[in-house]
Design a protein around this ligand. Structure first.
Ligand code: PLP
Length: 356
């Protein structure tokens, strides 16, 4: 967690007022809530007149956007499970082999959708890091009279992101992906976009999301996103480190592959497959070497199943089952990459043995 977030959480915990209370402590809490809301709105480029609603996570923000809009949903095939599960009967927009959403298919599907629609495409994929053509998605959706939701949980704080410039109607964020605490997030809503509350009750968050606000978490979120956006350059530097790591892995193990390597990606994410060796085996071997990586989506770690993202990109199930996600942190240094490379390369011999 970023130092600024930890400090803001500590200060808010010490104050402990409820933003809905009328007394002095309540008013102070309300002022902190308003300042935090303004900071997050500014960091994400919410247009003037838009609303920002705090939620318990990116999962809840996605649910509020997708169910709250009350429209026919079209979503990409590589969305996070929280989008996939929010609307069971959504129309699926395919992606190409590079992991980018197929814009022509989107246009065709939009034309065939009679009802008022909502298109949901993430800004950056959580397994491959592949960046999506969000501006084009918004243009096509709006031309067809549809709204656009973007799950920007992985992108904000790692690459430049401006909701107004991209022309987005709904944007999901999550604090713990940008150096803030877990369990707090937000949905940014452009002016004029109406949503139905998915959690009714005491009327907090202008009636859109009831429940006493998690003020320490919200203050930490605001501090983290402000710092993250100011320090984007620290992430940009990771791309060179990531590229060098991939080059070393692929040179030593020619049968390995990096999913989405040809597309523009987040600077810190790499999805590496070692055909013949299950992802869990790689995760355990690397863990023993002191390197934490994930099999498939880290958000659902502990669960072992082939990645729907790699399957949507056309990789066979055997590749999907043998892929790991390596995420560099903003403080990752070259010596840590050396440790990963040294631990991973010997695994190729095990893959060969198990193939024999
Ligand atoms: N969307 C994406 C792209 C994610 O990677 C995650 C993972 O955490 C989520 C949504 C869910 O966010 P949260 O864990 O805050 O509920």
């Amino acid at each position: 967690m970023r130092d600024a977030a930890r400090a803001a959480i500590g200060e808010a915990l010490a104050a402990c007022g409820n933003p809905s209370s009328v007394h002095r402590a309540g008013r102070a809490a309300r002022a902190l809530l308003a300042a935090s809301r303004a900071a997050v709105a500014e960091a994400v480029g919410l247009p003037p007149g838009g609303e920002l609603t705090f939620t318990s996570g990116g999962t809840e923000a996605n649910l509020l956007a997708l169910r709250g809009a009350g429209r026919r949903v079209l979503r990409s095939a590589i969305e996070h499970d929280s989008v996939r599960a929010a609307v069971a009967d959504a129309t699926i927009v395919p992606v190409g082999p590079d992991g980018r959403v197929d814009l022509q298919a989107l246009e065709t599907l939009l034309a065939a959708t009679g009802a008022p629609a909502l298109v949901s495409v993430m800004a950056a994929n959580n397994e491959t890091g592949v960046l999506q053509p969000i501006r084009d998605v918004a243009r096509l959706a709006h031309a067809a009279g549809a709204l656009v939701h973007c799950d920007a949980v992985q992108a904000v704080g790692k690459v430049p992101f401006d909701m107004a410039a991209l022309g987005l109607d709904l944007v999901s964020l999550s604090a713990h992906k940008l150096g803030g605490p877990q369990g707090v997030a937000a949905l940014a809503v452009a002016p004029g976009v109406a949503l139905a509350a998915q959690q009714p009750g005491g009327g907090q968050e202008r009636g859109l999301r009831a429940g006493t606000e998690n003020l320490p978490g919200i203050a930490g979120f605001a501090a983290a996103i402000t710092a993250a956006v100011a320090e984007l350059a620290t992430y940009a530097r990771l791309a060179a480190l990531r590229d060098e790591m991939e080059a070393r892995l692929l040179e030593a193990v020619p049968q390995a592959l990096v999913a989405g390597q040809g597309a523009a990606r987040l600077p810190n994410t790499s999805c590496v497959a070692l055909p013949g060796l299950p992802a869990e085996t790689q995760v355990i071997a690397l863990d023993l070497a002191g390197v934490g990586v994930s099999a498939g989506s880290a958000c659902s770690s502990g669960k072992v199943r082939p990645s729907h993202v790699l399957e949507a990109m056309g990789y066979p199930a055997a590749i999907a089952r043998s892929s790991i996600r390596i995420s560099l942190g903003r403080n990752t240094i070259a010596a840590e990459i050396d440790r990963l490379v040294a631990a991973w390369i010997p695994l190729a011999a095990r893959a060969k043995r198990s193939a024999a």
